[in-house]
Ligand binder design. Sequence first.
Ligand code: AR6
Length: 172
Amino acid sequence: MEITLVRGDITEQAVDAIVNAANSSLLGGGGVDGAIHRRGGPQILEECRVLRASRYGGGLPTGQAVATTAGRLPARWVIHTVGPVYARKEDRSSLLASCYTESLKVADELGAATVAFPAVSTGVYGWPMDDGARIALSAVRGASTRVAEARFVLFDATAYAVFDEALTRLTA
Ligand code: AR6
């Protein structure tokens, strides 16, 4: 699998699936989640509501992932995952790694060959970017998947530089 890094907005990625850094309610929020629902339109939220009513009445657990279609976005699917909150003691790095490996499992089920990820948990949920990048890249690199490209979409120059350095270290 090829791991690529781009600086940009995940809602503009023409890939098979983009990953959303959601919360367990699946009913939207700020950051990446807000941008995806805003640009993707009401169809995504409608499907999230159905998922809540059918499978996730108690919310989508941290570290798990589930897909909807992508509404008006250029991608075909949105894979929603819930990252751990950095400050909470019960939340562990393995849960952040799980966001990536579970998203790749869902991508395999969908038959998605190209998947774009944001830096899950590194915004509102407070995870330090360098640690978040290391966990993300190791999880994706170690995953057994048929996904051909995992693209990390970093919102700003600092995040891009941190991921670039972490990727260099991982592949050195
Ligand atoms: N494209 C790519 N990356 C982005 C974009 C974008 N359009 N917008 C923000 N980022 P966050 P979290 C970066 O807060 O920490 C929501 O309210 C951002 O700079 O979106 O997992 C949810 O509903 C940061 O590096 O997600 C949850 O309640 C990274 O994406 C909560 O926030 C993740 O930031 C989840 O928090």
